[in-house]
Design a protein around this ligand. Structure first.
Ligand code: MG
Length: 309
């Protein structure tokens, strides 16, 4: 169980850090100069191994859930400590934050609303900002065998992203990861997708995700796969990368080198890849370069102890 939790959380963080130096680079630029290793600087003035908001918000949620209970307001307090004080960052500095996340966190801090009422819900608030921090909730509901886990995943999204499209994106991802946790294989992805499709059947918003449920989705040419920060693009790109890879390294380098939202597409693919192939498949050199790896490991150990049934 610890190996799996570490695989998922480190899988996410390592891929985030691989993507940070080339965030916003185009696919053409990365075709010429591809990412093949952990590097520093580039898009942001930060050294190798620094992760971004994706991992900060993931750790903020994990730190609270690792107490063994679900407390949306407690998690939102951690998001405030991240955005306001730089907690859960590599070195105390918040160097990126998405617009919907920022608005929702400030709303919570200013208006004293319940955390799950703070999310932005317009159609334009469907960036990947809830998908990129949903993994601790997926692990928590799985290991704690929560009743109605999908409701928890939707509420977790609602803290920052409350539009139904974002809820469904998180729900599809959750079904896929739960399925992988049951059966550590790439084939499990297809079962997870089928379960998600069944769960959301009849919802109008599901049509935005229809390509994922087509039998030959994995065979789509790379030119058909967009890697923008739009939640549908990010989910498609990360699953496509996983389905076309044979190990962690191949999957996350493929994801990062798609370009544009490199850190988040990488992180979302990396979390799944870490679940499939495990912590030991993540290159040791990358883990050693990762900022605050001892702290991340401590959180994983604490979660494992508290979630063990
Ligand atoms: Mg980021």
């Amino acid at each position: 169980m610890l190996n799996t939790i570490k695989g998922v959380i480190f899988g996410h963080a390592v891929a985030d850090a691989l993507g940070v130096p080339v965030e916003f680079c185009t696919r053409d630029e990365l075709d010429i100069k591809s990412v093949i290793d952990m590097e520093g600087f580039g898009t942001y003035n930060v050294p190798a191994g620094y992760w971004s908001d994706d991992t900060s918000m993931t750790l903020a949620a994990l730190e609270s859930l690792a107490n063994g209970r679900l407390d949306y307001n407690g998690i939102m307090d951690n998001f405030c400590a991240w955005l306001g004080d730089g907690k859960f960052t590599p070195d105390g500095d918040v160097f990126d934050v998405g617009a919907s996340c920022r608005k929702s966190i400030l709303l919570y801090a200013g208006e004293h609303l319940s955390a799950i009422e703070c999310g932005q819900d317009s159609e334009w608030d469907n960036g990947n900002g809830s998908l990129m921090r949903i993994l601790p909730f997926i692990l928590y509901t799985y290991y704690k065998r929560c009743e109605d886990p999908i409701q928890i995943i939707h509420n977790a999204s609602r803290m920052t992203h409350a539009h139904e499209r974002s809820l469904i994106a998180c729900g599809i991802y959750a079904h896929v990861v739960w399925s992988i946790l049951d059966d550590r294989s790439v084939e499990a992805v297809y079962r997870g997708l089928a379960e998600a499709e069944r769960y959301y059947l009849g919802r109008e918003e599901l049509e935005h995700f229809s390509r994922l449920f087509e039998l030959d989705f994995a065979k789509l040419p790379i030119s058909e796969i967009k890697s923008s920060g739009y939640v549908v693009d990010t989910l498609e790109a990360s699953i496509w990368c996983l389905l076309n890879s044979k190990n962690y390294k191949e999957c996350v380098l493929r994801a990062v080198n798609l370009g544009e939202d490199t850190d988040t597409v990488g992180a979302i693919a990396g979390g799944m890849a870490g679940a499939v192939w495990g912590y030991t498949d993540i290159p040791e050199k990358w883990i050693k370069t990762l900022a605050r790896r001892d702290y991340i490991e401590e959180l994983c150990i604490k979660a494992c102890r508290k979630w063990y049934c």
